[in-house]
Every structure is written in structure tokens, then in C-alpha cells.
Design a protein around this ligand. Structure first.
Ligand code: URP
Ligand code: ZN
Ligand code: ZN
Length: 476
């Protein structure tokens, strides 16, 4: 199955790359191909798809007074179990830090530890003259995109003047501007007022981060991009009104792109409000504290997000994988939702969750491949090497069984100990507890090596290599 169609075919792998895609029973120079290879993986009755590419992850992100709980080792292994064979993680420049130093520290964290191939975007947390000069060298480092934040004042936040300068550089260099589009200063006032009024439960995180704050920031980012001529990619879009802004800009011919995440397709603010457990009470809702926040189902955001995937107003799906445990991490925000580290862990489940959209008729099989692999490869300058099964491409392949079944989560007993099946992410809970998917990742091949075979991990840390990305193939 590719982004454009499906066919009965054999895929011939030679070393780390794909040699040929052949009609079944083909001969090459007179020899029967199937009979002359070292190993045959029988995919009869199953889908053979290009390995998933998750273009938005945060391994070991320092955030909210703690650090995202998956290392490059645990997070990329969990990804592999779930049929994802490449990630693009966010290297971080913190305030006051040199970009070169932030980037070097990310290489240090990842090198030799990854189960699958990995690239980096650059978070620019401090736009100044020194940073702008350093950003010009990013393409030579194999990095073709950077992320700015209109949220999180005092942490990663950029004001409009900084955004304008960075976008001018984006126009000049072809680097893709990625934007966290929420009006952070206004949100922080609303959040403080809620806490003052003793509305401190996790659910109020979503109340403070109102959709108006996402719509406004998305529009502002679009207008700044229009003025400067910068290409713009809006990350983790969750509000239907933000999608309308993206669609409006695209209809006018602007180079504006967007991603959404599984949590904005399946989970809602109402469910977060209703989540009360014996152990945590209403603080159970902390498991779903992420930014942008979960949106109201009554207001129809989830339905609108699925629709946007069909109409291509939103072009791809990433996880924004940013896991935190409840113990010692999320619980930092007991009594004040502002102190809950923001993020949900989903890297292991993206392919399954999006396949469930095929089962329920929300998207087609081909669109599933496009949203999870082919478009991410094109968007971030990897297509040809990644995102497609064709001669010369890396042999990153998933055999997916539509007749299989996947139970997602990490069920625990009363004492909080896992009871049997569990995910492989380094988390003490799952934001996806109880989700059942009619499909299963059977075999995962990464650059020609079988790294997962029927839930058995056969890879090793260090299998994954750094991906030197080119400019976005939607822009060149
Ligand atoms: O809640 C989230 N999204 N945490 C990760 C940081 C970000 O803004 O992407
Ligand atoms: Zn963000
Ligand atoms: Zn993120």
C-alpha cells in the first residue's frame, strides 16, 4: 500500500535498501526471485507499508521542572514496536543558550542510543542576532526546520518581533518555520485567574487554553508568514477554528501546512473532566494535560479534525510524544494545574490509532500511509530515502495485519502494579488505556533489519542513525 494506491507485489530488499518491487512470481535475469533470496517474509493477506515517520517527538525534554520520561533508547524502541521506523525530535535551545550548544547536546543524547533512524528540528528558545546567525548554518547540519513558541512566556516564548526576524530568515534560507500557535501571555493570565478562584484541577488547563487563543495565534502566525514570505507549519492543531485559519491561508495560495495528533482526533475535554479515579481523584485528568489542550467534543473539534484530514486542510499526523509519569512528574501539579508538565505519550500507538480511522471509515488505507509516512517524509525533506517503498529507498517496511488486534494501554491492579500486557514507553500509565484497535503491527523492518517480529524486539540500541534532511519537498 502506498499513498497513491495498492497492488499485489513482492518487495525485494538488498542490504539496507529496497532493490525492486515486483509482480508476484517475477523472474530477474531468468532466476526465480522468491526462490533465490536469503529470507522470505510471508505477508499474504496483510498490508506492506512504508515504515511510520513520527515528525514530532520530545525525548528527554527538560520541561516543567522535570524531564520527559522516555530516553532516546526507550522512546525509539517503543516507536519500533508500533511500526514507526523514523522520528524527528526537537533539539532544544534554551533561553540564553547558544544554538550550537543546544544542538550538540541533542546529538549527545541520541547518538548510539536509538532503535530507529532519527532527525532533528531545532527549537529556537531565544531569537537574537547570535541565534539568527547560527540558524543560517542549520541546513548544513541536516536540519531544515525550526520551531518557535507563541506560548510559554519565560520558557520558550518568542514575541512578534522575534518571530518576524526568524521568519525573514525562514524566507531567505528555505528553512520551514514550525509554530506552536497559542497566545501564551493571555493564556497565562486566564490560568492565574482560575487558580486564584481555586479552580486548580487539570481540566482547567484546557479551560485556560481556550480555542480562541489558538485561533488568534494561528492567524497571527499566518499573517506574519504572509508578510515575510516564510513557509509555515503549524504544529499540534486541535481547534476547528485554527484549521479554518490554515485552510483560509492555503486557499489564498500561501505555503501553510499543519499537523494534528491522535489525541485531538480521539480524546476530549469532557472525557478529561469525567476522569476521576480512586487513587488520584479529579487529578486523574493530569494524564491528558497537553498543549494545545484536548478540545470539547460538544463543540465538534474531533469531527472537524477528521474532516480536515480528508480534505487535506491538515496534511499529516504526528504524536507530539512528550511522556511524563504521574508519580513525581505529573503530580508536581497537584493543587495547581499550571505545574503539571505538559504532554502525552503516544509514539507506540500512532500507526494503530490512525489505522483504526481506516476501520471506522474516517480515512482510506492510502490516506493512512500518506498521513503517517509519505507526507512527513516530503514535508521534512526525507522523501525518496524514507516514506515510500521503491527501488533505492531505505528498506523501512511494516507488515500490518488487518485481521490482527491490538489492545492498548497499561492495566494495573489496585496497588498500581501492571497486570500483564503493557506498552513499552517509559510511563506509569497510558493516556490510551482501554483503546482497542482492529489491526496489528506484525513485522517491522528498519533499513533491512527485522527489528520487531510479532511483538518480539530483535533490534538493538544504536541501530538508528541520524538522518540528514534536505529542505521541505513541498517548497522546492
Ligand atoms: O504538551 C505538549 N505539547 N508538550 C510538548 C511541548 C510542545 O509544546 O510541543
Ligand atoms: Zn508545542
Ligand atoms: Zn511538541
Amino acid at each position: 500500500v502506498s499513498a497513491t494506491g495498492r497492488a499485489n507485489a513482492d518487495v525485494l530488499i538488498d542490504g539496507e535498501t529496497i532493490r525492486a518491487v515486483l509482480a508476484p512470481g517475477s523472474t530477474l535475469l531468468g532466476t526465480d526471485v522468491a526462490a533465490s533470496v536469503d529470507r522470505v517474509i510471508d505477508a499474504t493477506g496483510k498490508y506492506v507499508i512504508p515504515g511510520g515517520i513520527d515528525a514530532h517527538t520530545h525525548m528527554q525534554l527538560p520541561f516543567g521542572g522535570t524531564e520527559a520520561s522516555d530516553t532516546f533508547e526507550t522512546g525509539t524502541r517503543a516507536a519500533a514496536y508500533g511500526g514507526t521506523t523514523s522520528i524527528v525530535d526537537f533539539a532544544v535551545q534554551t533561553y540564553g543558550q547558544k544554538i550550537q550548544d543546544g544542538l550538540a547536546s541533542w546529538h549527545e543524547k541520541a547518538a548510539g542510543n536509538c532503535a530507529i533512524d532519527y532527525g532533528f528540528h531545532q527549537i529556537v528558545g531565544d531569537v537574537n542576532d547570535d541565534s539568527l546567525a547560527a540558524m543560517r548554518t542549520l541546513p548544513d547540519e541536516g536540519i531544515s526546520s525550526f520551531k518557535l513558541f507563541m506560548a510559554y512566556p519565560g520558557v520558550f516564548y518568542s514575541d512578534d518581533a522575534q518571530i518576524l526576524k526568524a521568519m525573514q530568515l525562514s524566507r531567505d534560507t528555505g528553512l520551514l518555520t514550525m509554530m506552536h500557535a497559542e497566545n501564551g501571555p493571555a493564556i497565562d493570565v486566564l490560568a492565574a485567574q482560575l487558580v486564584e478562584a481555586r479552580k486548580t484541577d487539570p481540566f482547567y488547563h484546557g479551560k485556560a487554553r481556550a480555542w480562541e487563543m489558538e485561533e488568534e495565534a494561528t492567524h497571527r502566525a499566518i499573517m506574519l508568514a504572509k508578510l515575510t514570505g516564510a513557509p509555515l507549519y503549524v504544529v499540534h492543531v486541535s481547534a476547528k477554528q485554527a484549521v479554518e485559519q490554515v485552510a483560509w491561508a492555503r486557499d489564498k495560495g500561501q505555503n501553510v501546512f499543519a499537523e494534528t495528533c491522535p489525541q485531538y482526533l480521539y480524546l476530549s475535554l469532557e472525557e478529561q473532566l469525567g476522569a476521576v479515579s480512586e487513587k488520584w481523584g479529579a487529578f486523574e485528568g493530569a494524564k491528558w494535560v497537553c498543549s494545545t489542550p484536548l478540545r470539547s467534543r460538544e463543540e465538534g473539534h474531533q469531527q472537524a479534525m477528521w474532516q480536515s484530514l480528508r480534505t487535506n486542510d491538515v496534511q499529516m499526523v504526528s504524536t507530539d510524544h512528550c511522556p511524563f509519569c504521574m508519580k513525581d512528574q505529573k503530580e508536581l501539579g497537584l493543587g495547581d494545574f499550571r505545574k503539571i508538565p505538559n504532554g502525552i505519550g503516544s509514539i507506540e500507538h500512532r500507526m494503530d490509532l490512525m489505522y483504526q480511522g481506516v476501520v471506522t471509515g474516517e480515512i482510506t488505507l492510502e490516506r493512512w500511509v500518506e498521513l503517517t509516512s509519505t507526507t512527513p517524509a516530503r514535508m521534512f525533506g526525507m522523501y525518496g530515502q524514507k516514506g515510500v517503498i521503491q527501488p533505492g529507498a531505505d528498506a523501512d517496511i511494516v507488515v500490518y495485519d488487518p485481521n490482527g488486534h491490538t489492545s492498548i494501554g497499561m492495566p494495573v491492579d489496585e496497588a498500581g502494579n501492571p497486570t500483564g500486557r503493557t506498552h513499552h514507553m517509559n510511563m506509569d500509565h497510558s493516556a490510551w488505556e482501554g483503546f482497542e484497535v482492529d489491526g496489528h503491527v506484525d513485522t517491522v523492518v528498519a533499513r533491512g533489519k527485522v527489528i520487531v517480529d510479532h511483538d518480539e524486539y530483535l533490534g538493538a540500541k544504536g541501530d538508528g542513525r541520524f538522518i540528514r534532511r534536505g529542505l521541505s519537498q513541498y517548497l522546492v
